[in-house]
Design a protein around this ligand. Structure first.
Ligand SMILES: [Zn+2]
Length: 342
């Protein structure tokens, strides 16, 4: 294997094995050699990069041209062509990698970046961190991942030049560098510069017994017992992967006994059953039988919640932003891949 691709696989696996950098099938890496774009396949896990083939191939130029044409479905057509004859299908976010000028790009749902990206004052916090690091940085307001987000970033790149790091609101981080190793260094430096202290959250003793189909979640119990955090986290989902894999924000139920009914009602409204439910002030429950990918998302939400600064306002996705993810074919593919993963 080409040494650059080997480095890509190694860096990808390092990021994928750290739950504070990426979770489950989330996040992706890429490398451009000439026009050829090697990019993580949709539904693949970054941590598997050194154990099996997880990279799909596509033409970076075709992605860019499709995006520029603005024709509906043209970006998806390039991704589909990449997946022709049974090959891997490029990630939903492949086009975002294609339009960045750097050879190596990492997109990660890194926890400190995600925390920053969900705070009302995210831009000020991120700019201050980038300034301390001395990197070219930009903030990208939330847009649906994929072609819509990539088009906005391509437009900003054309107008202002491409930065080294972009914080994607309610989503994560995008970094570009000449090599995968340099991109990883940059990602880690941004995470260190943002580094939100971890709060000690304590749950009440003697939570109510979980109803059938649910089990206690001792991590989230601490969040459910902090009135300010509980209100913010049950208010709205924070990121697209939270919507796609765990059915959005945890439900709030007055008692453990009413959780099943409340989860069912939420599932009827959105088409996905929430994996988590909080009983404010008492504890938290999660559905039994979650996939490894869903568990990883639950842990990520906990890691984000316990780093939210006291008193800082958390801003989640709107109802419309969440609904457009649930019924999106590309996301249904990722969800199906998670359910069939062995
Ligand atoms: Zn993402």
């Amino acid at each position: 294997m080409n040494a650059a691709l080997q480095q890509l696989a190694h860096v990808t696996a390092l990021v994928g094995r750290d739950p504070l950098l990426t979770q489950g099938a989330g996040g992706n890496t890429s490398l451009k050699i000439g026009d050829r774009l090697w990019v993580k396949a949709s539904g693949a896990w970054m941590r598997d990069a050194e154990d099996r083939e997880i990279f799909a191939q596509a033409s970076a130029g075709e992605f860019t041209a499709a995006l520029r044409s603005g024709a509906p479905g043209s970006v998806e057509a390039v991704a589909q062509a990449g997946a022709a004859s049974g090959a891997l299908r490029p990630s939903i976010e492949a086009v975002l990698h294609a339009i960045m000028p750097q050879s190596a790009v990492i997109h990660a749902h890194a926890i400190n970046s995600v925390v920053c990206s969900v705070l009302a004052d995210w831009k000020d916090r991120f700019r201050a961190a980038a300034q301390r690091l001395g990197v070219r940085a930009r903030c990208a307001p939330y847009l649906k991942p994929g072609a819509v987000l990539a088009a906005a970033i391509a437009k900003d790149n054309a107008a202002h030049g491409a930065p080294d790091v972009i914080l994607l609101q309610n989503h994560g981080l995008l970094v570009g560098a000449p090599t995968p190793a340099a991109a990883l260094d940059l990602l880690l430096a941004v995470e260190r510069a943002l580094a939100f202290p971890v709060r000690a959250l304590s749950a009440q003793e003697g939570a109510e017994a979980p109803p059938e189909g649910f089990e206690l979640d001792s991590d989230h119990a601490g969040v459910a017992c902090d009135p300010e955090l509980c209100a913010a986290i049950t208010q709205a989902p924070l990121t697209p992967d939270q919507v796609v894999f765990v059915g959005g924000a945890p439900c709030a139920a007055p008692r453990a006994a009413s959780v099943a009914r409340i989860v069912q009602r939420a599932a009827a409204a959105t088409g996905i059953a929430p994996a988590l439910a909080y009983v404010p002030g008492l504890g938290a429950l999660r559905r039994r039988g979650l996939t490894e990918g869903q568990r990883a998302q639950c842990v990520a939400l906990f890691e984000v919640a316990r780093r939210a600064p006291v008193g800082a306002r958390i801003v989640g996705l709107t109802q419309d932003q969440a609904s457009e993810l649930v019924n999106w074919d590309a996301e249904k593919f990722r969800r199906a891949a998670d359910e069939s993963r062995v």
